[in-house]
Design a protein around this ligand. Structure first.
Ligand SMILES: NC(=O)c1ccc[n+]([C@@H]2O[C@H](COP(=O)([O-])OP(=O)(O)OC[C@H]3O[C@@H](n4cnc5c(N)ncnc54)[C@H](OP(=O)(O)O)[C@@H]3O)[C@@H](O)[C@H]2O)c1
Length: 329
């Protein structure tokens, strides 16, 4: 049966403007870092993608190295674009990135113009696309002049291979410099992708203010701290969880007794709000209007269905916020 998207999908999702740009993003976007590689089950990730789009998730986030093996998430996404989403290409915001190791030699890593341009060409081939909607520099490169990396982003847009550009994992000072260079080049940065969750709050120390001042959107990644901010690890490490998988980036040693203590306490706050902990953790990020979209992952359709319902309540009382702060500090 060919896939037909749900007719009510745009009634099921809220959208926010990305900084000062013309681009609107769903408040929840789906990332393909884990669970979409050749090691994963085609039927499962196909269902996740369909469920996402049926619920108005128009934005899918990739990178050259997502898998494993690296590149396979883009290949699998490309296959599903052809099978299911070809009629919907103009309803989708597809992003990819380069900045981490991808191939041997001096041109397969970091931030040179040589690497970024070649890597995006490879990504486009893997996904079967003519252009991506957003292309990111994945992490700052201490060796390459920022001017060169930003000029590469500008070039890629002028070549028609990306519509918008973003940066990821840049600290506030280098982010501000990058925004200035891109503005001068005529390709303003539309989005910054930092790690941000209840357990990871460095962005509150100036980055969010910088983004607001520069009119740049914010899309926090790992908002559930890779699954820690859910109820899944309360009774130990489940066999099918990220922490149990050899290729998972969440390591068993990160599931500490202290973390689990905090998770239990947060879970009780979520209960009182009538939410799951995952829903509350996502809502907690969305309470800040400077957050354009929250970039989630999911290993099962049921997790995505759960997370989507965070939209039902993204308001917090002062008392709830104070209780959460006490738990986190
Ligand atoms: N720019 C960067 O440097 C960078 C780095 C990392 C990630 N990212 C982007 O951010 C995206 C999201 O990252 P992430 O996958 O770490 O996000 P996350 O949402 O913090 O974690 C996703 C994991 O949490 C668990 N989960 C999700 N929803 C759940 C629910 N409702 N109930 C219970 N468990 C739930 C699942 O774990 P199990 O697999 O254990 O079931 C899932 O795989 C990535 O796909 C990628 O696009 C970017």
């Amino acid at each position: 049966m060919p896939y037909t998207a749900h007719p009510d999908r745009y009634k099921r999702m809220q959208y926010r403007r990305c900084g000062n740009s013309g681009l609107q993003l769903p408040v929840l976007s789906l990332g393909l870092w884990h669970n979409f590689g050749h090691v994963d089950m085609f039927g499962n990730y196909r269902s996740i993608l369909q469920l996402a789009f049926d619920n108005g998730v128009t934005h899918f986030d990739l990178a050259n190295n997502y898998g494993p093996p690296p590149g396979s998430a883009e290949e699998n996404f490309g296959r599903l674009l052809k099978l299911d989403f070809a009629p919907y290409r103009d309803e989708l915001i597809i992003s990819t990135k380069a900045g981490h190791y991808m191939w041997p030699g001096p041109y397969g890593d970091w931030g040179s113009k040589k690497y970024l341009v070649a890597s995006l060409d490879q990504s486009l081939t893997r996904m079967g696309l003519e252009y991506v909607d957003i292309f990111y520099h994945h992490r700052p490169d201490p060796q390459t002049p920022l001017e060169e990396t930003m000029a590469a982003l500008d070039l890629i847009v002028r070549q028609g291979k990306a519509l918008y550009v973003g940066i990821s994992n840049y600290q506030k000072e280098e982010a501000a410099k990058a925004f200035g260079i891109l503005r001068q080049l005529g390709t303003p940065c539309v989005i910054h992708q930092p790690k941000y969750s209840m357990f990871e709050r460095w962005v509150e120390d100036g980055l969010l203010d910088t983004l607001e001042n520069d009119g740049v959107g914010c899309i926090p990644f790992s908002p559930l701290a890779q699954g820690l901010l859910t109820n899944k690890y309360l009774g130990g490490i489940p066999a099918d969880s990220r922490a149990a998988k050899p290729h998972g980036f969440l390591k068993e040693e990160q599931v500490t007794a202290e973390r689990i203590g905090q998770v239990k306490a947060l879970s009780q706050v979520a209960d009182k709000r009538g939410q799951t902990l995952a829903q509350m953790a996502l809502a907690w990020l969305l309470k800040d209007k400077r957050v354009t979209s929250v970039l989630i992952g999911a290993s099962k359709p049921a997790q995505l269905a759960d997370s989507l319902r965070c939209q039902d309540n993204i308001n917090f009382s002062a008392e709830e916020l104070a209780t959460i702060e006490t738990i986190l500090t």
